[in-house]
Design a protein around this ligand. Structure first.
Ligand SMILES: Nc1nc2c(c(=O)[nH]1)N[C@H]1C(S)=C(S)[C@@H](COP(=O)(O)O)O[C@H]1N2
Ligand SMILES: [Mo]
Length: 174
């Protein structure tokens, strides 16, 4: 009788384990599409991301939640500046004075969305600090999807740390 109970427990634990694993995998996106108010839409994968200037950066960066809690410690990462991706897609900017009306938003497969203004991505502190990364601490990103966006110039880095990145979309205010 005892062994039957134990077996049931083991089976239950196993099923819970695979179901949880599946829930996380549902968010998994192997590619990042770039679309919207741009001339050259793109599809970024681990196989073609090398066409950008991929950089290995050794920079200690804590991911801090708005609550103040440190969620993660990044010591190094590998990725591409978001600015470079946006530049390569040629934003459909017809009038210079409309530059301030453009924005870039990052969409994750769990529905999480984060916005950047085009001006801050090109001319603000975020320009050299916002990355689409695919390796963290020397290892490919796995649990958080394949691609993550981080904005290291943010004082509180958690909210604009986007896991399971699926889309980058350029928009324009009317
Ligand atoms: N896709 C996605 N990214 C997300 C979130 C989320 O719910 N979904 N939560 C954010 C918040 S509020 C924080 S503080 C950090 C926490 O990172 P962690 O979950 O890796 O600890 O991720 C951010 N990125
Ligand atoms: Mo958070």
């Amino acid at each position: 009788m005892e062994t039957l109970k134990t077996r049931h427990l083991i089976l239950f634990a196993f099923l819970t384990f695979i179901t949880m694993g599946k829930a996380q995998n549902n968010y998994l996106s192997q590619q990042v599409s770039v679309s919207g108010e741009i001339q050259k839409p793109a599809l970024i994968t681990l196989a073609n991301i090398q066409r950008f200037n991929v950089r290995q950066v050794s920079q200690k960066q804590n991911i801090v939640c708005a609550s103040g809690e440190i969620k993660k410690e990044i010591k190094s990462f590998k990725g591409v500046l978001l600015r470079e991706i946006i530049d390569s897609c040629h934003v459909a900017l017809e009038k210079k004075k409309e530059r301030g009306q453009f924005y870039v938003y990052v969409v994750a497969s769990d529905g999480y969305k984060v916005i950047f203004s085009l001006n801050e991505l090109l001319y603000g502190p975020a320009a050299d600090q916002t990355w689409l990364i695919f390796e963290e601490n020397g290892k490919p990103i796995t649990e958080d999807g394949r691609f993550v966006v981080i904005c290291n110039s943010d004082k509180i880095t958690g909210p604009r740390h986007v896991k399971w990145v699926e889309k980058i979309i350029v928009g324009k205010l009317d």
